[in-house]
Design a protein around this ligand. Structure first.
Ligand SMILES: NC(=O)c1ccc[n+]([C@@H]2O[C@H](COP(=O)([O-])OP(=O)(O)OC[C@H]3O[C@@H](n4cnc5c(N)ncnc54)[C@H](OP(=O)(O)O)[C@@H]3O)[C@@H](O)[C@H]2O)c1
Length: 332
């Protein structure tokens, strides 16, 4: 089969498309013919050695959709030929509140979706929502799961609330916007790019603010109480967000683009604020998230679709934060 492999560190340019042996499903696993995959920042971090425990050579890719090509022994509830989408969270465990210490994410160390075939545990494949193309389905898993858990399971968003989503260019953040609107919430989004803010308005954002403007916090606060924020930018942004939440408000953090945040403690304790952390999501979160795409025509925001051979260019686009929505790889 053809696969994108990372043999040595050094950034997206080090990825090579080559022939490798097609894997075979072990008992309890399925072989998937991948039709489309999608990129996450994790993939870029791995190519640069900025991710824990990088093991090479590796086939990257956490997001994918395709068809079941073969079943391992003992898999009886699935059929070959079924169109599926893959949950990239491996071994979450039984506790819906947190993953098990040995849980992992598809795409290093386990071979990922940037290949014509991969094997995954049978419980990690789910029917592809019928209304979605392979490319749309592939765009959803990691970012959709993370956004769903951040907004719903951890953030407990309610209809009529206002949610602040800083840095709408992020893959997870576009899903947070889609899900917030779906939940009947008002959405305030920020970006460094006016073009991305325009795209966000088209997805339903109620107020869009350029965070290069030093007055963005004032403008956000003037628009009414902010109940919830979903943040991955960290740095100075987390403190700014805490400064404009309503008393009793909450912020859910799932990433650290700027990994160290300095916050003022006064607004935190005086306003009875809550900071919650989250990562990926449980199998229950994944099913509930996918359900949103099975009804009423919800579609992920796709930035651009690249051919598998152009994976390095696709990753550079992500690394340079040029994208709005998900960057997809077509796996021919
Ligand atoms: N814990 C988990 O399960 C999990 C899951 C997914 C991602 N993550 C992490 O979350 C982070 C973002 O992931 P992603 O895939 O969404 O990355 P991404 O697509 O590269 O998004 C990064 C975005 O952050 C925004 N940003 C940068 N500096 C900012 C600032 N000062 N204020 C506000 N926004 C700022 C930018 O938005 P604009 O372009 O709009 O300015 C940029 O597009 C990464 O650290 C990633 O590793 C964690």
């Amino acid at each position: 089969m053809r696969a994108v492999r990372l043999r040595e560190l050094g950034g997206p340019e080090m990825l090579v498309v080559e022939e490798v042996e097609t894997p075979q499903p072990a008992p309890g696993e399925v072989l998937v013919r991948v039709r489309a995959a999608a990129l996450n920042h994790r993939d870029v971090f791995i190519t640069r050695g900025l991710y824990p425990k990088v093991a090479l050579p590796a086939i990257l890719g956490s997001d994918g959709a395709g068809e079941i090509a073969a079943l391992g022994t003992g898999v009886e509830d699935l059929r070959t030929g079924s169109e599926i989408v893959i949950d990239p969270m491996l071994g979450w465990g039984d506790d819906p509140d947190r993953w098990q210490p040995d849980a992992s994410i598809l795409g290093m160390p386990r071979a990922g979706t940037f290949a014509q075939y991969l094997v995954v545990p049978s419980e990690n494949v789910h029917p592809k929502p019928a209304a979605l193309s392979m490319e749309e389905a592939a765009a959803i898993p990691l970012a959709g799961l993370t956004a769903y858990r951040a907004l719903h399971t951890r953030g407990k968003i309610r209809a009529g609330e206002t949610v602040l989503i800083p840095g709408i260019g992020g893959g997870v953040q576009t899903f947070a916007l889609l899900f917030a609107k779906r939940a009947g919430a008002r959405a305030i989004v920020t970006s460094s790019s006016n073009a991305k803010l325009e795209r966000a308005r088209m997805l339903g954002a109620d107020l869009t603010l350029n965070y290069a403007n030093p007055d963005w916090q004032k403008e956000a606060r003037a628009a009414g109480p902010i109940d919830l924020a979903i943040d991955s930018s960290g740095g100075e942004t987390l403190g700014k967000v805490l400064g404009i939440l309503r008393p009793g408000g909450r912020v859910v953090v799932y990433g650290g683009t700027h990994p160290e945040a300095t916050i003022k403690l006064f607004p935190l304790f005086w306003n009875h604020l809550t900071i919650a952390g989250t990562s990926m999501g449980s199998p229950q979160d994944f099913r509930a998230m996918l359900e949103l795409f099975s009804n009423d025509g919800l579609k992920p925001a796709i930035d651009k679709v690249f051919a598998m051979d152009d994976v390095a260019a696709a990753m550079r686009r992500l690394e340079e934060a040029q994208q709005f929505g998900k960057i997809v790889l077509r796996i021919d």
